[in-house]
Write a protein that binds this ligand. Structure first.
Ligand code: SF4
Length: 291
């Protein structure tokens, strides 16, 4: 099987078969992200994708889940993506989940009918990056997305029956906008009601625009205490809809994974304990690992 360049997948997809359908990300401008800086966006040839699917079948007798990479795979034309999904479901009838990376704007640009075709062809889950519900923060990080666009993309996915994981970043508003960031993000999540939420503490990736802003003082990082307080606010104020909470990213101060709202009290107890006792709360900056 052929993989080009650095490969990324969500940590929840560690056991999935990865099939590369695109290279890079069509946006590639977010100030905090260096995932695909080394790649110009390109769509792989259908024949090459099919060859990988067939080779994987020969290699693996049982595949439970498949993840399509690279960045925003949902930018593919609907017919093209449906052909890939059809090929996967015909080749791996035992596979119960097909997921991919999608921009919330990619979802918004498709019609509900197109998304339904993808769902019917086997697409079960899309991983999307919201990062923040704060319009000021979204603009500063050059996300190319507004809160309204995010909500529209989500509504279309819901209408089509495709589950959505929304990732957000604790600390992405910096020290100054920590409160605005988490209040608006929580409010937007309560409108979007995603089936899964993955919050991650901000990691400053070397070589990014954000890393330069940290160096010049244009961006002052939220303190570890603020990051804990952001998570506390989020957990206290999510509006009771059922969602899978993936708070166990390696950079998070507290690791929590489970279903909300049933685990809310337990997760909040862990945050309160960390706020009261964790030595990291005495530090100015959270030490994180690059992705
Ligand atoms: S965060 Fe996502 S949309 Fe932004 S540049 Fe990175 S891969 Fe592209």
């Amino acid at each position: 099987m052929v993989y080009e360049g650095k490969i990324y997948r969500p940590w929840m997809e560690a056991n999935s078969l990865l099939i590369q359908t695109t290279l890079g990300c069509t946006h590639n401008k977010c100030t905090f992200c260096d995932m695909f800086r080394d790649k110009r966006f390109r769509i792989r040839e259908m024949d090459a994708i099919f060859a990988d699917i067939e080779e994987a079948r020969r290699m693996y007798p049982h595949i439970r889940s498949i993840f399509l990479i690279d960045g925003n795979v949902l930018v593919l034309k609907t017919d093209f993506l449906v052909k890939i999904l059809d090929k996967i479901t015909a080749t791996f009838p035992e596979c119960s989940q097909i997921a991919l990376y999608a921009g919330l704007n990619d979802l918004r640009r498709k019609s509900v009918d197109e998304l339904k075709q993808m769902k019917q062809a086997g697409l079960t889950l899309a991983y999307t990056g919201l990062e923040s519900g704060d319009p000021v923060t979204l603009e500063r990080i050059k996300k190319g997305l507004t809160p309204e666009q995010a909500a529209k993309g989500m509504a279309k996915a819901k209408a089509a029956g495709i589950d959505i994981l929304v990732s957000i970043i604790f600390g992405i508003g910096g020290k100054e906008r920590s409160r605005e960031h988490i209040v608006t993000t929580t409010r937007l999540l309560n409108i979007m009601k995603p089936e899964q939420i993955a919050p991650m503490a901000l990691a400053i990736q070397p070589g990014t625009e954000l890393a330069q802003q940290v160096e010049t003082g244009a961006f002052i990082q939220a303190t570890p205490l603020q990051i804990l307080e952001e998570e506390k606010y989020l957990l206290e104020n999510l509006a009771g809809f059922e969602t899978i909470y993936w708070g166990d990213h390696a950079n998070n101060i507290v690791s929590s994974r489970g279903i909300l709202p049933e685990s809310q009290k337990r997760f909040l107890g862990k945050i309160d304990h960390a706020i009261a006792t964790h030595p990291v709360t005495q530090q100015e900056v959270l030490v994180t690992s690059p992705w």
